[in-house]
Write a protein that binds this ligand. Structure first.
Ligand code: FAD
Ligand code: NAP
Length: 543
């Protein structure tokens, strides 16, 4: 294997670990590896750290898990000193936080920015990976960790004429860093997922006219975001370690007020009162009102009906309210949205909804969007059309494993992993929050930290025991995939055409990708496997 440093950069061409991606996962991994004395180099396509929060700068972007929980727990000093200004921090503040972490732990010196990994191939003889960048650098490493993000590969809509539009086209996940001024403009937003639901109220504040193109109406719960008060912050910080530990063993990695009974076990009045209490409090806690909203269709229906009623009473025009009301999939089976005035925005006279089910887009023209029945003249178009989720970033890298097999071929029928951490045939290649792990169904900070801790401890174990390769065993992987599917099929999730199912990308296999067995249960299994010396993985000694 020829190893060369084409750019003569400060890139070590021979390292223990290559980390791909400098979002929250890559940053924490660099920190842990350094602590463990393992040499690592990180490559990041963007010009700075932050991942999701570096790219998604659309107006209104903010977290939907409270910031006291959507933040790192690994350093008590960090969590004590950092002060969030709002209960749900906005994107600029979360990005500043990522930058602060990079500075505080001096991580940038091990990151090559503006550098995309294009290929990774395993040399079975040398038992090493060769990783190639878009600048032509070739790096040799023993281990490769894909911290490439589950929602980092934006998805453009397949609409004819997209390139012909004369005005600017913005994807929410690749927002210009200098911001966009929509003042006085006629703006179209295509899509009504979480990104659009956050952006629409903000764009409406500026635009002269806003047209929202909706294919599927969405359920959304008000965030009721508010400034962080010292009392609220200290209610967390005074017992932070204890709370973080509790969160690690919950279903979602988040401390919610988890209902303990079925929605069907209580009276209609008690049910309504519980929904109202949570609705008034705001946030995704609404979905935990009862313990069976995700699995029992009657319980789910009761929660969905409650939200439908709120939409109907918020939107003044009855036909418009009906068009904005979701009916044909269970609540929560597409990621629940959390909004700040989304439905209210449609009461403004300069905001229009185009229901694409009644009137589909035929094509984009140089001047706007043409639907079957009308043409909408626009100055700018926002594509809030989502991501090639969970597998998209990986599929953009030519990953070749043992015996020359390509990851894209191996996963043709859907991703197959053991624990969402490794995949058979690809030794020493780790995935962070990969398909088959709780990942996008959880507070991602908790899942990221759990994976990074597990991977670091695994590498430390391998080194201590003179093991040079670790690989998922096919049988263990098959059993895990079967378990992941079986658990998903016990829920209502597979009933929605969601990105969890790969349904938003033409030709992508319809497989429920994340593991819905719960963050706590998943952690327990991963820990047990590590403590038992990694059963289900094949370990081999030195070359
Ligand atoms: P990312 O942050 O996606 O970072 C991956 C990085 O890898 C990116 O910077 C990318 O440029 C880089 N990369 C990818 N491929 C390559 C390559 N080939 N070469 C080099 N670099 C590469 N989760 C929550 O739990 N709560 C929330 O409130 C929440 N809000 C969200 C809001 C938005 C708008 C979005 C899109 C997602 C949100 N998420 C939320 C999910 C979010 O993605 C995770 O919480 C978390 O930020 C993921 O961190 P990560 O490091 O795993 O991946
Ligand atoms: P998304 O949920 O996949 O939504 C994409 C939207 O675009 C959907 O409404 C989809 O309609 C529509 N769409 C796609 N292609 C279209 C086409 N050709 N014509 C018309 N409409 C089209 O993507 P997202 O809103 O970016 O959110 C993705 C995920 O990121 C979220 O689920 C969440 O996990 C995370 N996120 C979180 C927050 C937060 O609140 N913290 C904010 C943003 C994102 P269909 O439904 O009909 O496919």
């Amino acid at each position: 294997m020829e190893v060369q440093d084409v750019r003569q950069l400060d890139v070590d061409v021979d390292v223990d670990v290559v980390v791909v991606g400098a979002g929250f996962a890559g940053l924490y991994l660099l920190h842990r590896l350094r602590q463990a004395g393992i040499a690592a180099r990180c490559f990041e396509a963007g010009a700075d750290v932050g991942g999701t929060w570096y790219w998604n700068r659309y107006p209104g972007a903010r977290c939907d898990v409270e910031s006291m929980q959507y933040s790192y727990a690994f350093s008590d000093a960090l969590q004590q000193e950092w002060q969030w200004s709002e209960v749900f921090a906005g994107q600029p503040e979360i990005l500043r936080y990522a930058g602060h972490v990079a500075d505080r732990f001096d991580l940038r010196r091990d990151i090559s920015f503006n550098t995309r990994i294009t290929a990774a191939s395993y040399d079975a003889q040398a038992r090493r990976w060769t990783v190639t960048t878009d600048h032509g650098d070739v790096i040799s490493c023993q281990f490769c960790v894909m911290a490439t993000g589950c929602l980092s590969e934006g998805k453009l809509p397949e609409i004819a004429g997209l390139d012909s539009f004369r005005g600017p086209l913005y994807h929410t996940g690749r927002w210009p860093h200098e911001g966009v001024d929509f003042s006085g403009l006629r703006v179209g937003v295509i899509g009504t997922g979480s990104s659009a639901i956050q952006a629409v109220p903000e764009i409406a504040r500026q635009a002269a006219a806003l047209v929202v193109f909706q294919r599927t109406p969405n359920y959304s719960i008000p965030a009721r975001n508010r400034p962080m008060t010292p009392d609220y912050a200290s209610s967390w910080k005074s017992i932070y370690a204890e709370r973080r530990e509790t969160a690690r063993h919950t279903r979602s990695g988040t401390i919610y007020d988890f209902g303990t009974v079925s929605a069907m076990e209580v009276s209609a009045e008690a049910r309504e009162a519980e929904y109202w209490a949570r609705w008034n409090k705001g946030g995704a806690n609404f979905m935990s009102a009862f313990n069976d909203i995700a699995v029992n269709e009657h319980s789910n229906h009761s929660a969905a009906e409650f939200v439908r009623a709120r939409i109907q009473e918020t939107v003044q025009d009855k036909a418009l309210a009906e068009a904005l009301t979701p009916h044909d999939y269970p609540i929560g089976t597409k990621r629940i949205c959390i909004d700040s005035g989304y439905f209210e925005t449609f009461n403004q006279p300069h905001v229009t909804l185009v229901d694409l089910r009644a009137n589909p887009i035929t094509h984009i023209t140089p001047d706007g969007v043409a639907t079957r029945d009308a043409t909408h003249t626009l100055d700018a178009i926002v594509l809030a059309t989502g991501f090639d989720a969970m597998t998209g970033a990986l599929s953009r890298i030519a990953i070749t494993g043992q015996d020359g097999q390509k990851l894209s071929d191996t996963w043709q029928e859907g991703p197959r992993t053991y624990l969402g951490l490794m995949t058979a045939g690809f030794p020493n290649l780790f995935l962070v929050t990969g398909p088959g792990s709780p990942s996008v169904l959880s507070n991602m900070m908790v899942s990221i930290e759990q994976h990074i801790d597990w991977i670091t401890e695994c590498l430390t174990y391998l080194r201590a025991n003179a093991v040079s390769t670790i690989e998922a065993a096919t049988q263990a992987q098959d059993d895990w995939v079967a378990h992941v599917n079986e658990v998903a099929n016990r829920t209502l999730y597979p009933r929605a055409a969601s990105w969890y199912m790969g349904a938003n990308v033409a030709g992508k296999p319809r497989v429920f990708m994340p593991y819905i067995g719960g963050v706590g249960e998943y952690r327990r299994r991963c820990t047990e496997i590590a403590q038992a010396g990694y059963p289900g993985f094949a370990l081999h000694g030195q070359v």
